[in-house]
Ligand binder design. Structure first.
Ligand code: PMV
Length: 363
């Protein structure tokens, strides 16, 4: 259990739980939902945990006081604008089959206070929802376990609930690569929750790092909800979903064989397919900025000149995730990275390990 400092409370809670949870970066992307349940993915995705980019969240519960009330504090300041989304999230958990009677009674009849903070700066364009919903789902699963010891706190339950908050959040619950969505090559894979990759990962694909190059620190120009919905009318959607399934299979083979070339090829293709889908949507969105392209070109040129094991991926925005092997860390950090910073807003970047999962905190 890690020690943390949350703000002191003016009341004695009846129950409390605190967790930290990383954000994650998809290697094969989730973009598009399928009908059937809340946030089921149209294709399987796989991610690495952004181990050092984390949310820490404490959930405090009081019975009988202002039943149904929920307050959210970010860095000690009340953020009422976040509360409707979190209330909806609690209602989705409430309606889920795996929610215990005790937790339902608490959601109905008690009040909750959430204290959360991210350890990465605001205004970097890095989505905090995966880390935030991951941590909050863990806190709820922890309370459920405190009240019903027959139900141990299992990561697949927390993952299932995190999905109800934000789809990609369900992949933040594991130290190992996380796979979400049914796939014939992945035993126990599910659309309901992510599972840790239990197959072999050769040493050449272990210990990789990510430097996130902040090309644009602003808010996303298209929300995920809008973005996923655009796939419903996108003529290329079905082909894209099939490609993602193939890419996932190929990536797992690359992990097993330690085939770095094939890994980098799949990862870059996935990033560009995500953006291609946005460009051919109606309405269409171009989310890359000139700096994004300049960085992509520089990474590819450095790789072809030096043979370094470095590649890029993108989220639904302009920032570039530069992924690299520990074998080449020195030359990438000392030679390549400094040359990319002129394309970053205020020269901002954040580097992280990719193999640290959730941690229980002392509240
Ligand atoms: O979890 P959402 O609904 O915000 O979707 C995020 C989707 C991408 O980040 C663009 C890709 C992914 O798989 O994480």
């Amino acid at each position: 259990m890690t020690n943390t400092v949350f703000p002191a409370l003016a009341f004695e809670p009846d129950a409390q739980a605190a967790w930290s949870c990383p954000s994650n970066i998809a290697l094969v992307k989730y973009w598009g939902k399928k009908a059937g349940a809340v946030q089921w993915p149209a294709n399987t995705s796989i991610s690495w945990a952004l181990g050092d980019l984390r949310a820490q969240t404490r959930l405090s519960y009081r019975k009988g006081i202002e039943p149904g009330s929920l307050e959210f504090f970010l860095d000690g300041k009340r953020k009422e604008s976040f509360e409707p989304k979190i209330r909806d999230f609690f209602q989705r958990v409430y309606k889920d089959d795996s929610c215990s009677t005790a937790l339902r009674e608490a959601i109905d009849g008690g009040s909750f206070r959430i204290d959360s903070s991210n350890n990465f700066p605001h205004g970097t364009g890095i989505a905090s929802s995966a880390a935030g919903f991951g941590a909050l789902a863990l806190c709820l699963a922890d309370l459920q376990q405190q009240w019903d010891t027959q139900r141990p706190l299992q990561m697949d339950l927390a993952s299932r609930w995190a999905r109800l908050g934000s789809g990609s959040a369900c992949r933040s619950l594991y130290e190992a690569p996380a796979i979400w969505g049914l796939h014939p090559d992945v035993a126990h894979s599910s659309d309901d929750y992510a599972v840790p990759h239990t197959g072999a990962v050769a040493s050449s694909l272990q210990g990789w790092k990510d430097c996130v190059l902040i090309v644009d620190a602003g808010e996303k120009s298209v929300s995920s909800t809008q973005g996923h919905a655009l796939l419903d009318s996108n003529a290329y959607a079905q082909v894209r979903f099939e490609q993602a399934q193939e890419n996932l299979g190929q990536l797992l083979v690359a992990f097993e064989k330690g085939d770095v070339e094939s890994f980098m090829e799949v990862v870059e293709s996935e990033a560009l397919q995500l953006h291609a889908m946005m460009m051919v949507s109606k309405p269409s969105f171009v989310l890359m900025r000139p700096g994004t392209l300049a960085i992509i070109e520089a990474i590819r040129a450095f790789r072809s000149e030096t043979g370094a094991q470095v590649c890029f991926t993108l989220d639904a925005g302009a920032n570039v995730h530069m992924l690299f092997s520990p074998v080449d860390e020195n030359r990438i950090v000392n030679n390549l990275l400094p040359s990319l910073l002129s394309h970053c807003q205020d020269k901002q970047y954040l580097c992280t390990a990719l193999d640290r999962g959730p941690e229980k905190l002392s509240s």
